[in-house]
Design a binder for this molecule. Structure first.
Ligand SMILES: Nc1nc2c(ncn2[C@@H]2O[C@H](COP(=O)(O)OP(=O)(O)OP(=O)(O)O)[C@@H](O)[C@H]2O)c(=O)[nH]1
Ligand SMILES: [Mg+2]
Length: 436
C-alpha cells in the first residue's frame, strides 16, 4: 500500500492522532476509490491487521469515522469493545464519543449507537454513513472511505524484559545442547514431555516446528490443523532427531487431543493424567465418551520410568489467554494441581504471539521488547497459577516456507526450559514414588 496516496492530509491526521492517548501511527489498509466501495472488501482488508480506524470523507470537508481497540478476526463479527469510539471533524471542531460494541455484517459496519457505514438502495456503487446518535438518522453519501491500521508506537519497550542473543551461533549452540542432552539418571534412555492445552492452541504445531528446526526446513506435519473439535485425536510420541536419520536426542514430545470447551468434545482431565502416569499406549485413539482405564486395550499397567511423563508443557494461545471459557480455565487448574501431586514439573508455552503484536509478526526477535506479549505472559501466569519464569513465548511455523533464525531460537529456548524442568522430575522421583 506504500504507493497509494492517502486522502488523509497532514492537518486532519494531526487531529485524528489527538484522539489517541498513546503515541500512534496510521498505516493505510484500504481506500474505497481504489479497492471498490464494498463493505466485504473493507472486512477482507482489515482482518487480523490490528486495531483499525475507518475514516469517511463527506461533502464540505466533513469527516466521520470510528476506531476499534480489538482486532477483527472475521468478516462477520460482533464484539464488545469498551475502548472503541466514533468521531467527527467538522470545520475545526473534533468530537469523540464511546461505543459499546462493534459489528461487521455483509453490507454494514456498525459502531453501535454511534455511526453506521453501509450500502444503500440509493446506489450500489457507493457507500453511505448514518449517524445513529441523532433522531434524523439521515444517510449521507461518502466521497471517499479509508481504513487505517492504528499502530501503537508504544508497543515496544525501550529495553527487553528478557535478554537473549538472536544470532546463528546462539541457534547452533541451543541445537547442540538439546541433541546432546542426557537425562540425569543413567538408566533412562528417553525423556518424555507431554503437551497439554485447549483445542487449536498449537500443541501439534510446536512438535512440528521442533521437527522443522532440526530438519533444517519447514516441514508441517500431518497432525497440524484446524477442525470444529480437536484435530489431534490420538496419543503419539515424536523423537527429536538432528536431521532425517541423524543423531537422536532422548527428548520425546508427546501429542494428545486438545481440551474441549463448552459442548465440544475434547480430552478429559482423567485421560491426561493417565497419559502423564505413562498408562496410555502409543496410538491410543481418544474417546470422549469412554475414560481410559485398566480395561482399555493396550493399557500400560506397570509403566517404567521411561513410559512416564517427566514434564508437562501447557500450550496456551496468546490471543485467547484472557477469554478462555470457565470450563477450560477450571480444567487447566485441576490439571495443574493433580500433575503437581504426581511430582511432574510444569511449564507453559505461549503460542500465536505473532497474532497479538504486529511488531513481533514482522520480526520475532522483538518478542521480549513487546509490551503485548509481556502482558499475555502475565495473563497466562494468572490463568495457570504459574510463575512467569516458567512461561516462554513461542512462534510456531504455520504459513512460512523458510526457517527464520529468531523463530528457531524461541522454539529451542522453549525446549531448553522443558529439559531443565524435566531434570527436576528425576531429582524428586524417589520421593514421589515413595508417597504414591
Ligand atoms: N500464526 C500462528 N499460527 C499458529 C501458531 N501455532 C499454531 N498455529 C496455527 O493454529 C492452528 C492449530 O494448530 P495445531 O497445532 O493443530 O493446534 P493443536 O493445539 O494441536 O490443536 P488440536 O489438535 O485441535 O487440539 C493451525 O492452523 C496452526 O498452523 C502460531 O504460533 N502462530
Ligand atoms: Mg493437535
Amino acid at each position: 500500500m506504500s504507493s497509494v496516496i492517502p486522502r488523509l492530509d497532514k492537518q486532519t491526521e494531526k487531529k485524528l492522532l489527538s484522539l489517541f492517548e498513546e503515541h500512534t501511527k496510521f498505516s493505510l489498509l484500504y481506500k474505497g476509490s481504489l479497492h471498490g466501495f464494498s463493505v466485504s472488501e473493507i472486512g477482507r482488508k482489515s482482518i487480523n491487521q490490528g486495531y483499525i480506524m475507518i475514516v469517511g470523507y463527506l461533502e464540505d470537508d466533513v469527516i466521520m469515522g470510528g476506531c476499534t481497540s480489538q482486532w477483527l478476526r472475521d468478516r462477520n463479527t460482533t464484539f464488545q469493545d469498551e475502548k472503541a469510539f466514533y468521531f467527527s471533524i467538522e470545520k475545526s471542531k473534533v468530537t469523540k464519543d464511546p461505543v459499546e460494541s462493534f459489528t461487521t455484517e455483509y453490507d454494514a459496519i456498525n459502531f453501535e449507537n454511534g455511526l453506521k457505514f453501509h450500502r444503500s438502495k440509493k446506489s450500489s456503487s457507493k457507500l453511505f454513513v448514518t449517524r445513529l446518535d441523532s433522531f434524523e438518522e439521515e444517510e449521507k453519501v461518502l466521497q471517499e472511505l479509508e481504513v487505517y491500521r492504528v499502530e501503537d508506537l508504544g508497543d515496544l519497550l525501550d529495553s527487553p524484559w528478557r535478554e537473549l542473543c538472536w544470532n546463528e551461533e546462539m541457534r547452533d549452540q541451543l541445537k547442540n545442547s538439546i541433541i546432546n542432552y542426557k537425562p540425569p539418571l543413567n538408566l533412562v534412555s528417553k525423556t518424555k514431555v507431554l503437551l497439554v492445552g485447549p483445542v487449536g492452541a498449537g500443541k501439534s504445531s510446536f512438535i512440528s516446528s521442533v521437527g522443522s528446526v532440526f530438519h533444517g526446513w519447514v516441514a508441517l506435519r500431518a497432525m497440524v490443523g484446524t477442525a470444529a473439535q480437536s484435530f489431534t485425536n490420538m496419543f503419539r510420541s515424536y523423537n527429536t532427531k538432528s536431521s532425517q536419520g541423524g543423531e537422536q536426542s532422548p527428548l520425546v514430545l508427546c501429542d494428545i487431543m486438545g481440551l474441549g470447551e463448552e459442548d465440544l468434545p475434547g480430552v478429559k482431565v482423567n485421560d491426561v493424567l493417565q497419559a502423564v502416569k505413562g498408562h496410555v499406549p502409543e496410538g491410543y485413539k481418544f474417546d470422549s465418551s469412554q475414560a481410559i482405564s485398566s480395561d482399555t486395550s493396550g493399557y500400560v499397567s506397570s509403566p517404567s520410568i521411561t513410559n512416564k511423563i517427566t514434564c508437562v508443557a501447557f500450550v496456551i494461545d496468546a490471543r485467547k489467554v484472557q477469554t478462555y471459557p470457565d470450563d477450560i480455565q477450571e480444567g487447566l487448574k485441576e490439571l495443574r494441581l493433580k500433575i503437581r501431586d504426581l511430582g511432574v514439573p510444569q511449564v507453559a508455552l505461549l503460542t500465536h504471539i505473532d497474532e497479538v503484536c504486529h511488531a513481533v509478526d514482522k520480526d520475532v526477535s522483538r518478542v521480549y521488547l513487546s509490551r503485548h506479549v509481556q502482558d499475555k505472559v502475565t495473563a497466562a501466569g494468572n490463568l495457570l497459577g504459574l510463575p512467569a519464569s516458567c512461561i516462554v513465548p513461542v512462534k510456531n511455523y504455520s504459513s512460512e516456507l523458510e526457517l527464520d533464525c529468531s523463530t528457531d531460537i524461541l522454539i529451542l529456548k522453549a525446549l531448553e526450559l522443558i529439559l531443565r524442568y524435566a531434570d527436576l522430575f528425576y531429582e524428586d522421583y524417589d520421593f514421589f514414588k515413595a508417597i504414591q
